[in-house]
Design a protein around this ligand. Sequence first.
Ligand SMILES: [Ca+2]
Ligand SMILES: [Ca+2]
Length: 244
Amino acid sequence: MKIRLIKTVLTIWIIGAFAITVTESHACCHPYPPTADLVAVPTTVPVDVNTVLDGSGSTKAFGWIEKWEWDFTNDSVYDYNETTISCPDGNCDGKTSHAYSAADTYTVVLRVTDDCELTDTYDTCTVTVTEPALKILDSSGDIAAVFDDVGNLFLIGGTLTAGPAPSAGSNDELRVQDSSSNDVAIIDADTGNMYIYGTLYENQGTLSPGAGNNGLIIRDSSENDVAYINDSGDLYLKGSLYEL
Ligand SMILES: [Ca+2]
Ligand SMILES: [Ca+2]
């Protein structure tokens, strides 16, 4: 009888240990929450132009990030979220895009949750939204390019080519010519591509040389020159060129 009793106890103990092991592996009993990492690309955009809010660099020592939540306006109300299997923006990649409808400086908050339901301490980034000074629209009314009021130029989906003589087509919305009616700069409204005959000069705190009476001059709301294209097809920007 004693031997039978011992066998019974051992059997129960083994079953119990197995049950505990299974429970531990699914409960994620480790105490290490994920770490959120948020960057905006670019950090400056005009009104109505998307910036990418990238949380894909968030990390976790064990397991995986299961949910990303963005608060676009730092008002403690999360405006968008996606998981590894559900993503309204179409890509379950820890990134999303957002366009702001008013010029301001915004703090964006990212919160991440891991597969163990542990939530991190948040990460934030800042997005500066500027007023457009000149918008180039495509045939659908979507923005193809924008000069903003602080001297940045944004080409939406396009790139800048500098050097060869521009060749304007029927869909080139912006066309700058010299005094002999030769094209020196164009922006293709359908592609967002820009072509200039001269050279790009960007990140100028002060435009040098000044804009003078050149063909295209971009000014802010106080009538200060912030960008221009001269008769040689040189492009001067107080700010930067962004190819988005
Ligand atoms: Ca919000
Ligand atoms: Ca996404």
